[in-house]
Design a protein around this ligand. Structure first.
Ligand code: HEC
Length: 428
C-alpha cells in the first residue's frame, strides 16, 4: 500500500516548483525490478539512491558508458598540438616573416650549438607536459560538468524520509525536468512499482549560492591582488636595505671588508698587514722571475728567441702540432690558413657573418713578421677579437704551438731550397 505524504517535508510542499517524485523501497530486489521498469518506460532524468552499491544496477537502469574518456583523449590531442606548435613558433619561425604579429609575440629563430631549429626529440618534454596538463584538466572539469557539479544543494535533501538513504532505505526519483514527466501519469506509474511510500519533492525557496561564498570569493580575489602589488612596489620603490633573502645559504657571512675600520684590533684596521718575513707563495709566473718563458718578453720587447728552458726539437714540434689541432685548428684551420670549421660555418650562415672578424691567416706577412714572443702572447692573452687561451694551455705547450706555427709559416712560404736535396726529385 502506498501513502502520499506531505508532512515529511522541512518546507511545506506547496511552495516552490516541483523537483520530482520520489518513491521509497524496502528491499533491493523490488528496487531493481522497479529500476528496470522505469528504464523501459523511457524516462531519462531519473536516478536510484541506495546506501550501498547494488550489483547489476547499472544494467537495470540502462546507464550508458561515460563519454569522459573521449573528452580526455580529445583534450590530450589538442595539448600535444598546442605544445608542438608553440615550440615551432617560438624556436623555428623567422621573426622577419611575421611582421603583422606584434614584436613581443614573434618567435626567435635561435640556433643553439648548430642544432636544427625544428627538432622533435628536443620538443618532446614540453609536448608531453602540455598533453598531460590539458588531459588532466579535461578529466577534472569534464567530470564536474557532466555531473552538473558543483551544485549548491539538491532538493532531495529537503525530504526527511530521504535521509534514511544512508542507512536502510532505497529510493527512485523521477525529475520533473524529464520530457516524459507528467505529474498525474508519472505518479500513477510510480505507485505501481511496489514502493512503500511516494513523495512530492519541491524545490526549496532561496537555497541558491550560500551567502558566505560570495564574500569569500571577494576576499580571495583581493588577496590574489596582493603579490602583484608587492612586486610592483618592489619595482618602483627605493631602499638602502638589501632585498629579502629568505634562504641564506652561505651568501651572507660575518666577515671584514678590506679597508674597513674595526675596533677588534688596537690600530682600528680590519685588514691586517703581512707578518714580517712572510715568504711569497706561487709559481714563477706570479712571482715574475722568468718573463721570457711566462710572458714572451725580454725587457720591454717581445722575445725574438725561444726561452732557454724550451728545447726546439722534433718532440716539441709534434706536441705543438697536436696542441694546435686541439686548440687552434677549429678557427685557423689545420693548415693555419684561417679556414677552420668555425670560419666555414660562419661563412655559410650569412646572418652570423655580418660584423664577424675572420681568423687571421697564420702565414700572412703580418703574422710571419711577428716575433715569437708576440705569437706566444697572442695564445696567452688573446688579441683583438681572438679570445685568450692561457687558461687552457700551460706555458710549455704555448711555446710548442709557437714552434709549430713557425713551421706552418715556413711550409707555406717555402722555396725549393727548403727541401732536402734527396727529396727534391719527388716533388712535381
Ligand atoms: C675562436 C676562434 C679562434 C681560435 C680557437 C684561435 N684563434 Fe687565433 N685568431 C682568431 C681570430 C678571429 C683572429 C683575428 C682577430 C682580429 O683580427 O680581430 C685571430 C688571430 C690570430 C693571430 C694573429 C694575431 C696578430 O698578430 O695579428 C695569431 C698568431 C693567432 N690567432 C694564433 C692562434 C693560435 C696559436 C691559436 C691556438 C692556441 C688560436 N689562434 C686560436 C680566432 C681564433
Amino acid at each position: 500500500m502506498i501513502a502520499v505524504d506531505a508532512t515529511t517535508h522541512d518546507i511545506p510542499p506547496t511552495t516552490g516548483k516541483l523537483h520530482g517524485l520520489l518513491v521509497e523501497f524496502d528491499t533491493v530486489d523490488v528496487l531493481k525490478v522497479a529500476a528496470r521498469r522505469v528504464r523501459d518506460a523511457g524516462y531519462s532524468r531519473w536516478d536510484v539512491h541506495s546506501p550501498f552499491p547494488v550489483h547489476g544496477m547499472d544494467a537495470a537502469m540502462g546507464v550508458r558508458h561515460t563519454r569522459l574518456p573521449w573528452l580526455v583523449f580529445g583534450l590530450g590531442v589538442v595539448g600535444a598540438i598546442v605544445g608542438l606548435t608553440m615550440q615551432w613558433w617560438m624556436n623555428a619561425t623567422d621573426p622577419g616573416e611575421f611582421t603583422f604579429v606584434p614584436n613581443f609575440l614573434r618567435g626567435y629563430d635561435y640556433r643553439i650549438s648548430g642544432k636544427p631549429l625544428y627538432s622533435l626529440p628536443a620538443f618532446i618534454p614540453v609536448v608531453f607536459e602540455v598533453t598531460v596538463l590539458l588531459a588532466a584538466v579535461g578529466a577534472v572539469v569534464g567530470m564536474l560538468a557532466m555531473n552538473n557539479l558543483p551544485q549548491w544543494y539538491n532538493a532531495l535533501f529537503t525530504s526527511r524520509r530521504f535521509q534514511r538513504v544512508t542507512s536502510d532505505r532505497f529510493f527512485i526519483c523521477i525529475e520533473a525536468a524529464d520530457t516524459k514527466f507528467d505529474e498525474d501519469a508519472t505518479r500513477e506509474f510510480l505507485a505501481g512499482l511496489g514502493g512503500t511510500h511516494l513523495e512530492r519533492i519541491v524545490e526549496p525557496p532561496n537555497r541558491g549560492r550560500p551567502a558566505l561564498l560570495g564574500m569569500m570569493a571577494l576576499i580571495v580575489c583581493c588577496l590574489a591582488l596582493l603579490p602583484p602589488v608587492l612586486v610592483y612596489k618592489a619595482n618602483v620603490s627605493k631602499s638602502s636595505k638589501p632585498r629579502y633573502h629568505l634562504i641564506q645559504d652561505m651568501d651572507n657571512q660575518g666577515r671584514f671588508k678590506s679597508q674597513q675600520a674595526h675596533p677588534l684590533f688596537a690600530d682600528g684596521r680590519a685588514m691586517r698587514p703581512m707578518v714580517e718575513g712572510t715568504v711569497a707563495r706561487g709559481d714563477e709566473w706570479t712571482l715574475g722571475t722568468d718573463p721570457h718563458f711566462y710572458e714572451g718578453k725580454v725587457g720591454d720587447d717581445w722575445a725574438t728567441t725561444f726561452p732557454e728552458r724550451i728545447e726546439v726539437n722534433e718532440q716539441l714540434m709534434l706536441r705543438g702540432q697536436e696542441r694546435f689541432g686541439v686548440y687552434c685548428a677549429v678557427c685557423h684551420g689545420l693548415d693555419g690558413g684561417g679556414n677552420g670549421i668555425v670560419a666555414k660555418r660562419v661563412r655559410e650562415n650569412s646572418k652570423a657573418s655580418s660584423g664577424w672578424a675572420p681568423p687571421s691567416s697564420l702565414y700572412g706577412d703580418a703574422v710571419v713578421e711577428r716575433p715569437v714572443g708576440h705569437l706566444y702572447n697572442t695564445i696567452n692573452v688573446g688579441i683583438r677579437t681572438m679570445p685568450a687561451y692561457g687558461d687552457q694551455i700551460p706555458p710549455a705547450d704555448r711555446w710548442a704551438i709557437v714552434a709549430y706555427v713557425r713551421a706552418l709559416q715556413r711550409s707555406q712560404n717555402a722555396t725549393i731550397e727548403d727541401v732536402p736535396e734527396d727529396k727534391r726529385s719527388q716533388l712535381r
